[in-house]
Write a protein that binds this ligand. Sequence first.
Ligand code: SAH
Length: 227
Amino acid sequence: MIGIIAAMNVEMEGLRAHMENPVSETVSGVTFVRGTIAGREVVTAVCGIGKVFAALCAQTMILRYAPEAVINTGVAGTLTNELTIGNLAVSSCVVQHDMDTSAIGDPVGLISGINKIEIPADRTLIRRLCAAAQAIGVRALTGCIASGDQFVASPGRKTFITDTFSAIACEMEGAAVGQVCYVNQVPFCVLRAISDSADGSSHMDYPVFAQMAAEQSVRLLLTFLQG
Ligand code: SAH
């Protein structure tokens, strides 16, 4: 069974429309819907916005459904000229750009306890997601995806994240899902369609682009599940 987590309904409803024999249960406020999509067993969840909800959802999903892998999908802001609205970012790793204990000597982004800044995504998932992107003719770039509890919409914050972590996209949940999967030894990958420029120049159009971008990641996931 593959676990698929999105933060918002708009990122999940297109995928769930393809689900056969759906069965729902709500645990800790998160509704998990399991069933089959393209003949594959999946469990899906809309976790809500930010790292806390994402972690809560990923941990509950792992304990309750024991998925063989977890994919976090949705939309993100771009951190590189190589990705524009509608393109896809596939995580090689995830970082938390708002994790910062540097005042006492740690490197910025260090997750104490596991002592890592970057949490690597699963190579097989990366390869299969990129192959699916190629199959549907959508541009996909692999690189680090940065998460934090803020909507990035200023040149200053965008530059900080890009310079500090060499990340290609920013969002608010992927690295939390990644950390939970890492400590539970469950393979994961983050797949995001670009909805905005993360510098404040396109955020007023965000709702429109988010809808469009979400449809792009749904299309890719359907191809991935068929593969
Ligand atoms: N109140 C709004 C909040 C949306 S936050 C709501 O409930 O719909 C934006 C979402 O899109 C988050 O889930 C985040 O992962 C993603 N996202 C898209 N562009 C982003 C950006 N530039 N910075 C951070 N997150 C972004």
